[in-house]
Design a protein. Structure first.
Length: 101
């Protein structure tokens, strides 16, 4: 059974936005908004005249880059885990294939 979207207010660089989300996703959305707001403030720095759209695009690009790096690291860890698991399976197979003494 699907829940109805509920309006949630978020603030980004002192501007309020209302977005709809599932009730069980509210906390995650607020956390994401907090992260985005912090990144936008970091990029804007002391330049209060920086265009909001430019700050938003640069923040999104930074966050997308961070996400891509984490995905690449996860892929690398997954490959290493798979290699280790394959090696362990091979070793176990070799142990069971030894002739009985």
């Amino acid at each position: 059974m699907s829940s109805a979207n509920e309006p949630v207010s978020i603030r980004l660089l002192d501007r309020e936005y209302t977005v709809g989300c599932e009730p069980d996703e509210r906390d995650s959305l607020l956390s994401a908004a907090k992260l985005l707001d912090a990144k936008m403030r970091e990029i804007r720095g002391n330049n209060r005249m920086a265009a909001l759209d430019r700050v938003a695009v640069l923040a999104a690009l930074n966050l997308a880059h961070d996400l891509q790096q984490m995905r690449n690291e996860q892929t690398s860890r997954d490959r290493e885990f798979s290699r280790t698991l394959t090696d362990l399976h091979r070793r176990l197979d070799d142990l069971f294939d030894l002739p009985a003494r």
